[in-house]
Write a protein that binds this ligand. Structure first.
Ligand SMILES: Nc1nc2c(ncn2[C@@H]2O[C@H](COP(=O)(O)OP(=O)(O)O)[C@@H](O)[C@H]2O)c(=O)[nH]1
Ligand SMILES: [Mg+2]
Ligand SMILES: [Zn+2]
Length: 297
């Protein structure tokens, strides 16, 4: 019998596929290995459910997005978590994550936590004026949490942000049944940071949330860069100006007749977002130079 479902976990060659409210343990068909395809959490699949034999994944549907490390498919929303204080927001990290998301066909959503400790209005203003959905919450008082819930419905989402910004606390505030360990509790247990090695999807508010270990470190990874040809388009607030600069080769860094620089000067584009763009451009250029030299591109 065939069923359509979604892979919620892959571990040790077994895949757990949720289909019509049930979870089936499946093996991937041999053909995928020959084709160099590997099923991952988030994949929409067709399976055969076999009485007295292994269930198999027969078809992997086309992906709308793909992340390699950690491997997860079809994420449509990346929640980028930053705290107003302790630790203070690092705009470059937020900006790199928004750009990585946009470059991979994933909608970035920025959430500032710890709003009970300090106001996030100034930071939130930067992201709202860039056209990015932005929320301010307190995981302590519950303020702002209700507004996040509908954003999860119908999507596969991931949560990213540095350690200590309140990711686990936020997920617990959204869904108290989760009972994730937060810094306080794991410190009490003396286990240090909670670590997982594989991606797994959890049902939440009518969607799925991917538990994606290592997402926070994506920004510091040298291999993770946004190619120069799609970088500017990964900043939604640049969109209205692209193609209007004096030179078609404009890098929007310090070029003459650059419409984006004009917009920064006029205060229509945030200068901190533009600085992050320039830093990412330089990273991407040196990375592409390296790849060229080693003959990979
Ligand atoms: N006051 C306040 N503290 C928070 C908030 N969110 C998280 N915390 C605290 O910040 C610390 C780190 O939170 P945690 O959820 O473990 O962060 P994670 O490393 O991103 O998962 C813990 O001591 C939390 O109690 C918040 O909105 N307000
Ligand atoms: Mg945590
Ligand atoms: Zn330009």
């Amino acid at each position: 019998m065939n069923k359509d479902g979604i892979i919620i976990k892959g571990i040790g060659g077994f895949y757990y596929v949720e289909a019509a409210g049930q979870v089936y343990e499946c093996k991937a068909k041999g053909i995928f290995r020959k084709e160099g395809k590997k099923p991952v959490a988030g994949d929409f699949v067709t399976i055969s459910v076999n009485e007295g034999a292994e269930n198999t994944i027969d078809v992997i549907k086309e992906r709308t997005s793909e992340l390699m490390r950690p491997p997860v498919a079809n994420i449509s929303r990346l929640f980028i978590i930053a705290s107003t204080v302790e630790p203070a927001p690092v705009p470059f990290i937020i900006d790199k994550l928004t750009a990585i998301a946009a470059s991979k066909n994933i909608e970035p959503i920025v959430v500032f936590t710890k709003c009970d400790m300090a106001s996030a209005d100034e930071f939130a203003g930067i992201y709202r004026s860039a056209g990015i959905k932005t929320f301010c919450v307190s995981n302590k008082t519950g303020e702002g949490i209700e507004a996040i819930k509908p954003e999860l419905e119908g999507h596969i989402s991931a949560f990213a942000g540095n350690s200590g910004v309140g990711k686990s606390s936020l997920l617990n505030a959204i869904d108290p049944a989760l009972g994730l360990k937060t810094a306080e509790i794991s410190a009490k247990l003396g286990r240090g940071k909670h670590t997982t090695r594989h991606s797994e999807l959890f049902r939440m508010c009518g969607g799925y949330v991917a538990d994606t270990p290592g997402f926070a470190s994506i920004v510091s990874e040298e291999s993770e860069y946004i190619p120069t040809d799609i970088l500017a388009a990964s900043f939604p607030e640049f969109e209205d100006y692209l193609g209007q600069c004096r030179f078609s080769s404009c890098r929007h860094e310090k070029d003459k007749g650059c419409r984006i620089l004009e917009a920064v000067e006029a205060g229509d584009i945030s200068s901190s977002r533009h600085s992050s763009y320039v830093a990412l451009l330089q990273q991407a250029e040196s990375r592409e130079e390296q790849l060229k030299k080693s003959g990979k591109k």
